[in-house]
Design a protein around this ligand. Structure first.
Ligand code: F6R
Length: 611
């Protein structure tokens, strides 16, 4: 989604801004721009539709030099992805603004500003902020004061940064619903919507909190909280290895991240397993006490993280006997929800900044949940900060827009939650916890075995390259895995893919099946296997081509129109984690064959910080 970078220094900052934008490219965007205050004291900009590389070419043709500037990658919401709509937006050539988020009352403000004589050159909600700030500066000449007054008139979500030709020694920023971080340097300071953008210039960061306004100068940073009081925000040193920085031996980040799964699953388990049981304190010191009171679980998440939640429902009810509901955050947040007593609210998110999931958590807090647990990959995210308990997945930065390693580590975390709740309540069957703990320890090896099927899956991908539609089938906890497989395929190869619980086939979707509609099935060796085999017959009888990922002991064999890929044997409870791997590989290879942009699929963003 949109990205912000800002800088104030004693050196030329254009290259820093552009490098920051490049580091935010993975988030998905459709245009990019940069505005710099030049030596003559006027603000100049370059904007381009398309990749940051286009902007770099524009800057090579017509360079911009300056010591203060802001830059942006835009993911279109209001107005098409055109150069006019790309940020930074100007007001009268005196004020420049970049903005992430959505201003809901932009139409009313636009009308008022037009009446005041402001001329709009874009269809964006952001241009309204630039003119409003310019107008406010007439009465309040200090940029930070004017910004404080401006944001009071905005309804919606924003992370924004602004500069003015009249105050060349500062950059101002405001956060409400869209994250911002200040990067602290020596005699220079920076701003970004994600610290990854600034890792080339600093490893010291200060995170703005909701409602904060910041004034950033070369030698100082001043922050005011939502009530307008000056506040200090803690600065943190970031020590993460450079693992996300490049693709290593891989052609795409997605493939690198798929192959990291044995390592990151291992890391997510580290320090969380005792000899025969899960260490409940991994969820925090108050976890055991809180878990003892839990009678129900409500899971809320979006996209891939929602699919992880759906798998967890099978585990929580099937293994721990705890009633569980799962809902997509964008529905949950706007629905009248009846909360059962003693319900634990669990949010799942890779980024911890997904607008709908955050809003659902905030609503949840008003609804009388027993407490909140965030399963998240980013320790410094809003979701983590606002939840009572946290279990961090240790997937490391995920750069590919299509989530892979975040999903499998979420599943591991959710299995730890299931076993912890079962342990605290004594509701697990005898020996189950010890067995699953032992199997979890073996899981990284199993995942490595599944990854070794790489070339087989690459061959199978050829079946899909010319197809336009696909069905994914699964039963039980493999149904959400099928949903995740379908999501991956549609996201990166743009092939229409739908997932169904296999038993639903004859209630409608079977009508679609013919030789042009391949059907992908995940078939571990469990009590549903025989029923699944009948469903597969139904597909074959209609000429549908089958790709079946089946347990090596499942006694399914290749035949005309049936491609069986033997999977390493695994305990049924952990099969959803293992069977995810071939589906990720399949969508990856189909996308490569189709020549799509694997890491940055069209129209999508990595972190969905707007509704
Ligand atoms: C799909 C994908 C998305 C995210 C969703 C939630 O590959 O990545 O569906 O899962 O946008 O994002 P997080 O987990 O960051 O809340």
């Amino acid at each position: 989604m949109c990205g912000i970078v800002g800088a104030i220094a004693e050196r030329n900052i254009t290259a820093i801004l552009v490098e920051g934008l490049k580091r935010l490219e993975y988030r998905g965007y459709d245009s990019a721009g940069v505005a710099v205050l030049d030596e003559a004291g006027s603000v100049q900009r370059r904007r381009r539709v398309g990749k940051v590389a286009e902007l770099q070419t524009a800057l090579a043709d017509e360079p911009l030099l300056g010591k203060l500037g802001i830059a942006h990658t835009r993911w279109a919401t209001h107005g098409a992805p055109t150069e006019q709509n790309a940020h930074p937006h100007f007001s009268t050539g005196e004020v420049a603004v970049v903005h992430n988020g959505i201003i809901e009352n932009h139409e009313v403000l636009r009308t008022q500003l037009k009446e005041l004589g402001y001329v709009f050159t874009s269809q964006t909600d952001t241009e309204v902020i630039a003119h409003l700030l310019h107008h406010t500066l007439k009465a309040l000449p200090d940029l930070a004061d004017a910004l404080k007054a401006t944001v009071k008139q905005l309804h919606g979500a924003y992370g924004l940064a602004a500069i003015s030709v009249h105050q060349p020694d500062r950059l101002v920023a405001a956060r409400s619903g869209s994250p911002l971080v200040i990067g602290l340097g020596m005699g220079e300071n920076f701003l970004a919507s994600d610290q990854l953008a600034l890792r080339q210039v600093t490893d010291r960061f200060m995170y703005l909190e909701e409602g904060d306004i910041a004034e950033i100068r070369r030698e100082s940073v001043q922050i005011w909280d939502a009530a307008g009081a000056p506040v200090e925000r803690e600065s943190v040193q970031y020590h993460e290895g450079a693992e996300a920085a490049d693709k290593g031996e891989y052609r795409h980040f997605m493939m690198k991240e798929i192959h990291e799964q044995p390592t990151v699953v291992q890391r997510t388990l580290e320090g969380r397993l005792g000899q025969n049981q899960v260490l409940v304190q991994a969820f925090g010191p108050q976890a055991a006490e809180l878990f003892a009171k839990v009678r129900n679980v409500q899971i809320v998440a979006c996209g891939t993280s929602y699919h992880a939640g759906m798998v967890a429902r099978y585990w929580l009810e099937g293994l721990a006997g705890i009633p569980c509901q799962v809902e997509v955050a964008s529905e949950f947040r706007y629905r009248k929800v009846v909360v059962q007593p003693n319900t634990l609210f669990v949010s799942i998110s890779q980024s911890g900044e997904t607008a709908d999931t955050l809003a659902a958590l905030r609503n949840g807090k008003q609804l009388g949940f027993l407490g909140s647990l965030a399963i998240c990959n980013v320790g410094i995210s809003s979701l983590v900060r606002e939840s009572d308990l946290t279990l961090l997945t240790q997937a490391g930065p995920e750069i590919g827009v299509a989530s892979t390693k975040a999903f499998t580590t979420q599943l591991v975390a959710l299995m730890l939650l299931t076993l912890s709740l079962g342990q605290v309540h004594g509701s697990l069957e005898e020996g189950v916890e010890a067995q699953l703990v032992a199997e979890l320890r073996r899981l990284p090896t199993r995942l490595g075995e599944a990854l070794a099927m790489d070339t087989t899956i690459e061959r199978i991908a050829e079946l899909f390259a010319e197809k336009h539609h696909t069905l994914f089938l699964g039963r039980g906890a493999q149904f959400p895995v099928a949903m995740e497989g379908a999501l991956k395929l549609k996201e990166i190869s743009y092939i229409h893919a739908e997932a169904y619980p296999a038993g639903e086939l004859k209630h409608g979707p079977l009508a679609l099946v013919d030789k042009d509609m391949p059907v992908v099935t995940v078939a571990p060796n469990n009590e549903l296997l025989e029923k699944l085999k009948s469903n597969l017959q139904e597909v074959r009888a209609r000429g549908g081509e089958l790709v079946v990922f089946a347990d090596e002991q499942a006694q399914l064999s290749n035949g005309p129109g049936t491609h069986v890929v033997a999977m390493p044997h695994i305990i049924d409870a952990l099969a959803p984690i293992l069977y995810t791997i071939p589906l990720q590989l399949l969508s990856y290879y189909v996308a490569v064959l189709k020549g799509t942009d694997v890491d940055q699929p069209r129209n999508l963003a990595k972190s969905v910080t707007v509704e």
